[in-house]
Ligand binder design. Structure first.
Ligand code: LLP
Length: 432
């Protein structure tokens, strides 16, 4: 199986040790399941590896764009994680969950004045500033509020992480950050040092997402460029790099032939490299931050659906329509993402029926996964799509006025609703 939290008992698929068919009956479908124990395990892989490899000042942040609801911030707080937030909505959710905001880092390439003011009012620990426009705005609003805001500067190291274009973010021509190669990053530092109400504590880069780094050089190259830049700025302006945030991005396995990333091992490798660089460049070792999203929650998620119709077009193809679709998982429509799909109530049968598993939205692009092999489904069968914990609930929409599914958490043999299913009433609640 794709992940150790997925199994089979009799004819039924299990997730986090629970019968998925029974859960589908109990909670109705479509349904997001989240394995809380797996989320905690994933956090601990980062916490332990980073503390051991980099020391106590270093820490991982959960990039909550991957999945954002109150319960997740409670779990992150309990696990000692920091969080990466990208909007006033994410900040509000974290605040509502009682997350300690000094452990929050505020991202985004176009924070509005209202976002900046709100983040400062909430006591967000750090801003990751994208460029000069933002630095000036943060400085001004911080001055009005009588504080000095800690800031990391988001830089583009000019690295191709070999992933799909929509999520490659560290190249020079990216919409994010300020480029090192063009000399603009050095100018940004010089200008930032003139501002009275911000304190530059270090630098940030994020090369991209779903990065497998099979050659083992993506993160090392990023570290080379960032450390070298930090050393140059120290020599030139006396600015000590207290923190270096290397972003997120480690890839997860959606299908059996995706490679497996040993995150602990990777972190150790990066740590050794950075320590050697610090020695070579004669600078102090900065605190290292990493901000994983996908690798914290993706394999802790599974989505359950019910089959509605099976359409066979002889000589062409077969469609299996389920009761969800691009509204709860737009990732195939957007990126052509691959997924592992099971017929959860008939796991003991051969998979000899090739079909496109499609949603119920009014467009042909509403595909969850093409060319899937299943036992030929019947109306009422349960379809399970694996590894949907990241960027599924968080990217869900109300297209066609379809409500978002509930999120049910599984932990230690227990289950509870973390996000309730959107009702028909919810569909009109903002309509005047
Ligand atoms: N830090 C920054 C600044 C980011 O932009 C991201 C992701 C992360 C951390 C977390 O990266 P992760 O560890 O999750 O790869 N919607 C797309 C993914 C977008 C990623 C955006 N940024 C998808 O469904 O594949």
């Amino acid at each position: 199986m794709l992940c150790k939290n997925i199994g089979v008992s009799g004819a039924h698929l299990t997730f986090a040790g629970r019968d998925t068919v029974a859960l589908a009956q109990q909670y109705d479908t479509p349904l997001y399941l989240m394995d809380e124990d797996r989320i905690r395990e994933n956090c601990r892989i980062y916490m332990t590896a980073m503390r051991e490899a980099f020391g106590d000042k270093s820490f991982p942040l959960y990039a909550s764009k991957a999945a954002c609801f109150k319960r997740l911030y409670e779990i992150m707080k309990e696990e000692g994680m920091a969080v990466d937030l990208v909007s006033s909505g994410e900040i509000f959710t974290a605040v509502k969950a009682g997350f300690p905001m000094e452990r929050a880092v505020f991202h985004g390439n176009n924070k509005t004045d209202a976002d900046i003011a709100y983040a400062i009012d909430c006591g967000v620990g750090y801003f990751v500033a994208d460029g000069m426009f933002e630095l000036l705005a943060v400085d001004e609003i911080a001055r009005e509020k009588g504080i000095t805001q800690k800031v990391m500067l988001r830089l583009t190291p000019g690295i191709d992480p070999h992933t799909y274009d929509a999520v490659a973010t560290g190249k020079v021509d990216s919409k994010f950050g300020t480029a090192i190669e063009t000399g603009q990053a050095a100018q940004l530092v010089e200008q930032a040092l003139q501002l009275q109400n911000i304190r530059v504590v270090g630098y940030h880069c994020h090369v991209g997402s779903q990065v497998f780094d099979e050659e083992g050089d993506v993160y090392l190259n990023a570290a080379d460029i960032m450390m070298d830049f930090g050393a140059q700025m120290e020599r030139k302006f006396g600015l000590v790099m207290e923190m270096l945030n290397l972003g997120g991005g480690y890839g997860v396995r959606y299908v059996e032939d995706d490679p497996y990333v040993d995150i602990g091992e990777n972190i150790r490798m990066v740590a050794e490299h950075i320590k050697a660089l610090a020695d070579k460049l004669h600078i102090a070792m900065p605190a290292i931050l990493m901000e994983p999203g996908r690798s914290i929650v993706a394999d802790a998620g599974m989505t359950l659906y019910t089959v509605g119709t099976v359409k066979e077009i002889p000589g062409y193809k077969n469609y299996v329509s389920i009761d969800g679709g691009m509204t709860d998982n737009p990732r195939f429509a957007l990126y052509g993402s691959r997924y592992t799909v099971h017929l959860a109530n008939r796991m003991d049968e051969g998979c000899d029926f090739c079909c496109d598993v499609v949603g119920r939205c009014c467009e042909s692009g509403d595909v969850i996964q093409p060319e899937v092999k299943l036992p030929k489904p019947n109306r009422g069968d349960v379809v399970a799509v694996c590894t949907t914990g990241a960027y599924n609930y968080s990217m869900a929409s109300n297209y066609n006025r379809v409500g978002r599914p509930a999120v049910v958490m599984l932990s230690g043999g227990k289950d509870y609703v973390a996000v309730r299913r959107e009702s028909l009433e919810d569909m009109v609640q903002n309509d005047l």
